[in-house]
Design a protein around this ligand. Sequence first.
Ligand SMILES: *Cc1c(COP(=O)(O)O)cnc(C)c1O
Length: 219
Amino acid sequence: MIAERVKSILAELPEGVELEAAAKTRTAAEIEEAIAAGVRIIGENYVQEALKAKEEVKLPARWHLIGHLQKNKVKKAVQIFDMIETVDSYELAEEINKKCQKINKVMPILIEINSGKEPQKAGVMPEEAVDLIKRITKLPYVKIMGLMTMGPWLEDPEGLRPYFRLTKELFEEIKALNLSQVEMRYLSMGMSDSYKVAIEEGANLIRIGTKIFGERRKK
Ligand SMILES: *Cc1c(COP(=O)(O)O)cnc(C)c1O
């Protein structure tokens, strides 16, 4: 089942759009099935869960953190992830920089945008993103490689279009600034219900869970 689902999603993706399997609560065997079918990027929400999965999964993949990162988990996170998609404050970037310096690694990061401007949600407010990015460019052990957004929770994925569009506009605006130490390559947006809309609005990295693995089981 997983293999067929991965293959059918991959078959319909436009050139240049990468598929990331959002693997929270999934077993190593399920993750391996997805990789074997062509998934190259695994997205994990929690450091602890990613550690365990990485130990058990034997097939090669790139591992991305797509959940909120707490400061006390940064040391572990920088060891296991190839990209952190959820940086939304200078303090967090600074901590990543500090821990990466110790292991001499430059961490690719995405800046998470709170495109719905919801006070309780993760992500930097869109109007504060440029300033945040300019500050982060001073940190030598992190490298900004694009933006990520979730958007508000909505029944109808069409409703997410304005939030994806806003994030794409911000992406282009930052790209045009040509900041040194910034390489605007990835725009991570869209999930199982919304990835088609997200791709239409310019996403080139989509994070799919349910549509690959089926309904999530309760922990
Ligand atoms: C779970 C999750 C996804 C995938 O969600 P689905 O609706 O299952 O495709 C994508 N991004 C993040 C950050 C997630 O936590």
